[in-house]
Design a protein around this ligand. Structure first.
Ligand code: C2E
Ligand code: MG
Ligand code: MG
Length: 559
């Protein structure tokens, strides 16, 4: 990449401090020309070889000021070596006029020719830089342009001693790959431009957009801290879309990283850009919408890698456990299935809850073997129960990351056949938040597996932002209303959300499961609301398989 390291033949005469630099260069050249004159005089006059030394300052002048510089320096040099310079100092011989005039002519010729060559080089360099300043596909300013804009801001700040403060928001388009597959590569330029337009509208003249990679944009904002946080939130919403591209409606899943100047010690454009990108990738790694570059995050990373180092062997040597929680038909009270929930036993006999190791596993890719382990372990248990006359559908939670695993689809297909499953025997729960992350890919995999006979439910419904139009396109059978609304159904605003979700689900032809039912009162309210299935501590806590079997034997449906 072109960077500020190479002295630019044109740019050194522009920008802050240019006049000072030009005057200094002119002074140095004059000194050099006079100096050459002094050398020629002190070495005996123009009859000897030293006059050719004059070519050096002329070439430098041609490089710095092109044709004008070359010619002016050649005229000055020609004069210095001209009428007043003796041919032979010791003998007091003067030069003939044609002699020094001819020399001056040769020098002018050299100066002009060199100046011309340098001006061609300078023009090419400028053109190259112009080219490097914009992305050839989208026409948006490039990372190089961002580097230059930051340099200018920083220089302006230094000169004016004003408190220059700028923020960078780096926006990463997570589902760029699948959008390219959906729309075709020709339309992705349109997508980037559309996202850039949204972000530009948001900057309202206080910022500028740059494209720093095929799937990355950076917004440079000159504003205050409070504003920038608002801007980050708006940037996430604005970038999401929907965008109308090539007749399709496209949703974009973004991760935003932020860095500030001069908050971050990197008082250099390249470092600042590196940091904002690090923040953006951190947001992506941790599956968060927004992250800033922060040293303390390194320590958290350290802790996580220790945990992950132990998790892999735990999966490989079958040391994870599954607990099962029954799902009950709200009318008949019959057990319609169980949800498998993973646990990681610690050495002291206690259990690590999934909330502690699922998120880091998701970031590291360990979620893939983990999900496969859970699915197989749950299906083995189901087969065992079946052999004892207990027929139960099992539900397994899957992570949004699993959709990015190429092995996932073939794996589920394979176990479906290996375990000889009937439609509905295996249910996969996807959180609502996961749906919109990569809508195209999710829909493709869900619909394909649904055709095979896998049931899907949307977990934690009510906490995400899935669009109704999108839900209708998915072969999903069940909505699981998030427990935060159910546990405190009497709390402000919760009952209408639950009632609304049930109505919505039914109108879409979906079944409703309420999770987090802890009391009879809540169960009664849900029954009144026409909820189909319930799950919660009030009925039964998640239990190891043997205990659940005992519970099933003792259980008598009340309704
Ligand atoms: P989830 O899928 O929404 O599961 C329900 C969670 O609520 C479980 O927590 C369950 O023990 C708890 N719960 C059930 N009834 C009640 C109740 O009445 N009151 C309260 N307060 N809680 C109740 P758990 O087992 O800690 O799992 C938490 C989350 O971890 C799950 O939420 C799921 O998203 C994730 N998870 C669990 N197992 C797996 C797994 O095998 N794979 C993946 N990817 N995620 C898993
Ligand atoms: Mg679940
Ligand atoms: Mg849930």
């Amino acid at each position: 990449m072109l960077s500020g390291q190479i002295p630019n033949l044109v740019e050194w005469r522009r920008g802050p401090g240019a006049t000072r630099r030009v005057l200094l260069a002119a002074l140095l050249l004059t000194t050099a020309i006079v100096g050459v004159g002094a050398v020629v005089y002190s070495t005996g006059g123009t009859a000897y070889t030293w006059p050719y030394l004059m070519i050096l300052p002329i070439l430098v002048a041609a490089a710095l000021f092109q044709v004008t510089g070359g010619v002016v320096a050649a005229l000055a040099g020609g004069l210095v070596l001209g009428p007043f310079m003796p041919l032979e100092v010791s003998e007091g011989m003067t030069q003939s006029t044609p002699n020094w005039l001819l020399r001056m002519g040769v020098l002018v010729g050299i100066g002009a020719f060199a100046g011309l060559l340098f001006s061609i080089v300078a023009r090419q360099m400028t053109r190259l830089q112009e080219y490097a300043r914009v992305d050839p596909q989208t026409g948006l300013p490039s990372e190089y342009a961002l580097e230059q804009a930051l340099t200018q801001l920083m220089v302006a700040g230094e000169n004016s001693r004003s408190d220059v403060r700028c923020y960078l928001l780096a926006v990463y388009i997570n589902n760029y790959g699948s959008i390219t597959t959906l729309l075709g590569p020709d339309n992705t330029t349109g997508l980037i431009r559309s996202v850039a337009r949204e972000l530009d509208g948001l900057a309202e003249g206080r910022g500028k957009i740059f494209q720093t990679g095929t799937d990355q944009l950076v917004l440079l904002l000159q504003t205050n801290r409070r504003e920038v946080l608002r801007s980050a939130r708006e940037a996430i919403a604005a970038a999401q879309g929907p965008h109308r591209i090539g007749g399709e409606q496209v949703y974009v899943d973004v991760h935003v990283g932020a860095a500030a100047y001069p908050f971050h010690e990197a008082d250099e454009p390249v470092m600042l850009i590196r940091k904002v990108k690090a923040a953006m990738f951190l947001a992506r790694e941790q599956d968060r919408a927004y992250a800033t570059y922060d040293r303390s995050l390194d320590e958290a990373g350290q802790r996580q890698s220790t945990l992950l180092g132990k998790l892999r062997p735990a999966i490989e040597s079958n040391r994870l456990e599954l607990h099962y929680q029954p799902k009950l038909d709200m009318e008949s009270g019959e057990v319609v299935g169980v949800e498998a929930l993973v646990r990681w036993p610690r050495g002291d006999g206690s259990l690590t809850p999934p909330g502690e190791f699922i998120p880091p596993a998701e970031q590291s890719g360990l979620i893939h073997p983990l999900t496969r382990w859970v699915i197989e372990a749950a299906l083995e248990q189901q087969a065992l129960w079946r052999s004892r006359g207990i027929g139960l559908a099992v539900a397994v939670n899957i992570s949004p990351r699993n959709f990015g695993d190429e092995e996932f689809l073939p794996f589920v297909r394979e176990v479906f056949h290996d375990y000889n499953l009937a439609p509905g025997d295996l249910e996969l729960e996807i959180t609502e938040n996961a749906l919109m992350r990569n809508p195209g890919q999710v829909a493709r995999i869900v619909n394909e597996l649904a055709e095979l006979g896998i049931a899907f439910s949307i977990d934690d419904f009510g906490t995400g932002y899935s669009s109704l139009a999108y839900l209708e396109q998915l072969s999903v059978e069940t909505l699981k209303i998030d427990q935060t609304f159910v546990r405190q159904i009497e709390g402000p605003g919760n009952a209408p959300i639950v009632r609304g979700s049930i109505l919505l689900a039914h109108s879409l032809g979906l079944k409703v499961v309420a999770e987090g039912i802890e009391t009879d009162a809540v169960a009664d309210t849900l029954r009144e609301m026409d909820c189909d299935v319930g799950q919660g501590y009030g009925f039964c806590r998640p239990q190891p398989a043997a205990k659940l079997e005992q519970w099933l034997t003792d259980y008598r449906p009340l309704h």
